[in-house]
Design a protein around this ligand. Sequence first.
Ligand SMILES: C[S@@+](CC[C@H](N)C(=O)[O-])C[C@H]1O[C@@H](n2cnc3c(N)ncnc32)[C@H](O)[C@@H]1O
Length: 310
Amino acid sequence: MMDPAHTSVLLHECIEGLAIKPDGIYIDATFGRGGHSSYILNALGEHGRLIAFDRDPAAIEAAQKFVNDPRFTIVHSAFAQMDEVPLTAGLIDQVDGVLMDLGVSSPQLDDSSRGFSFLRDGPLDMRMDTSTGVSAEQWLAHADEQDIAQVIKEFGEEKFGKRIAHAIVNTRVHTPINSTLQLAAIIAEAMPVKDKHKHPATRAFQGIRIYINSELDQLRDGLKAAVKLLKPTGRLAAISFHSLEDRMVKRFMREQSKGKNVPHNMPILQAEIDADKVLKLIGKAIKPSDEEVSNNPRSRSSVLRVAEKL
Ligand SMILES: C[S@@+](CC[C@H](N)C(=O)[O-])C[C@H]1O[C@@H](n2cnc3c(N)ncnc32)[C@H](O)[C@@H]1O
């Protein structure tokens, strides 16, 4: 049932991490092409339930092939609101597992008309949800140079953010920037030194994409929403693809598993400290095997973290 257009990463590790109960209620917050959803459905019995989310209309379209399964429902929504949509609002403290497989899918990257790729020419869109919001083209046409620099530096972790922003603003005065290869060329030209192993536009594209889709705000709110939905013993499994995401997931899980922060020597009972603990970490960060990376090079930066609600 897996769509060859997207090879799911850390599949077995996710299913194991979620410790699927056949009658459980599960949420796949990032349906994509349904690789993980398909595995979750296989592990569920006839009374199990899977609710999947995606903000991309193309993913919702792809999910239509699953909808004859009465255990499955697809929701077109960003996952930051996964505890608020009518279908899940009544499931607070009832869900057995939530999976978040972050970032973009291969079909989003490979379809040049989506504007995510710096290798294929296409319109400079970069929205995951093409039904709403502002495209990269629209944003780059009007944003302040400083804001562009900051986005590229902060979300792309690109040290030449300022130079790149300057080149973008200098170009847009005389030529509209509306294609991916055009932007990639402007970026490449602005870089004083180039990394031998990476396309010069890799980081800047990542930064702009993260900004256009508010990916880090989504992640912060999505993690909180997921924990609200989970029942005690319910599992949260999150796969990150770059350090900004992984840092956020790691910190969130760690903080939620630490309990009350009290200064040393405070006369406070351990039970009181523990009462504030929301999550328990399950194992360490999991990375793909060498075999997975050689079969699917896009998996190389993935990291899976799992936690259980107390
Ligand atoms: C890496 S892919 C998921 C692939 C999927 N696990 C599979 O096996 O086919 C990420 C998907 O999550 C979606 N997505 C990313 N951020 C989202 C968000 N904040 N809310 C909802 N969907 C999101 C993207 O549109 C994309 O389809």
